[in-house]
Design a protein around this ligand. Structure first.
Ligand code: DX5
Ligand code: ZN
Length: 219
């Protein structure tokens, strides 16, 4: 079962509650929340107060993607704010194993993300502890960028490793440049959680946008 997680980065921030309610009604599975600190990535977005505010507008899991340095400093705040899945970047964690376990101990699901320039091998020692691997299919920082085709091999590599290790419950999420054209490719490679920002919020009919992505991977 493939999940679609609209990224609110491309939503209208002045109407965030309504935007989220609209994608929930339109068939979204998770709400993807992009947190950027202006250090790990060039852009600055939002923090725990916004996550806390939007949790009242949806029953869907809030999938919080932390593109921040020293994420361990903020994990508790995001859990308190209502995050159900927290993903940190391998590149931002000196002590990745420690951060992964800190998140697990707080009772939420844990993901680790890798940038396009980072090899899959950095995940090896924490893979059995994860609920999700996030393969970035663009360099993080902005919505609306073009999908990087070379990342398909990384998705395949993670799927193969998970299969060989009998880690069949670990999700593979992809984030960046997911459209009706690229969604079938990432699913074929083994992804099962698709983040889509501009492909959903860039269209006036969000329900139609979600159903078109779903149709592209089902047929
Ligand atoms: C990229 C963010 C993405 C972004 C995706 O840095 O992590 O979640 O919103 O946007 P699209 O789907 O427009 O590429
Ligand atoms: Zn993201």
């Amino acid at each position: 079962m493939i999940k679609i997680a609209p990224s609110i980065l491309s939503a209208d921030f002045a109407k965030l509650g309504m935007e989220i309610a609209e994608v929930e009604a339109g068939g979204a599975d998770w709400i993807h929340v992009d947190v950027m600190d202006g250090h790990f990535v060039p852009n600055i977005t939002l923090g725990p107060p916004i996550v806390s505010a939007i949790q009242h507008y949806t029953t869907l899991p809030l999938d919080v993607h932390l593109m921040i340095e020293q994420p361990e400093r903020y994990i508790a705040d995001f859990v308190k704010a209502g995050a159900k899945v927290i993903t940190v970047h391998a590149e931002a964690c000196t002590h990745l194993h420690r951060v992964v376990h800190m998140i697990k101990e707080m009772g939420v699901q844990v993901g680790v993300a890798i940038n396009p320039g980072t090899p899959v091998s950095v995940l090896q020692e924490v893979l059995p502890d994860l609920d999700m691997v996030l393969i970035m299919t663009v360099n993080p920082g902005f919505g609306g960028q073009s999908f990087i085709p070379r990342t398909l091999d990384k998705i395949r590599e993670v799927r193969q490793t998970l299969n060989e290790s009998s880690l069949l419950d670990v999700h593979i999420q992809v984030d960046g440049g997911v459209t009706v054209d690229t969604a079938p490719l990432v699913v074929e490679a083994g992804a099962d959680v698709l983040v889509a920002g501009s492909a959903v919020f860039g269209q006036s009919n969000r329900a139609l946008a979600i159903s078109q992505i779903r149709a592209s991977i089902e047929g």
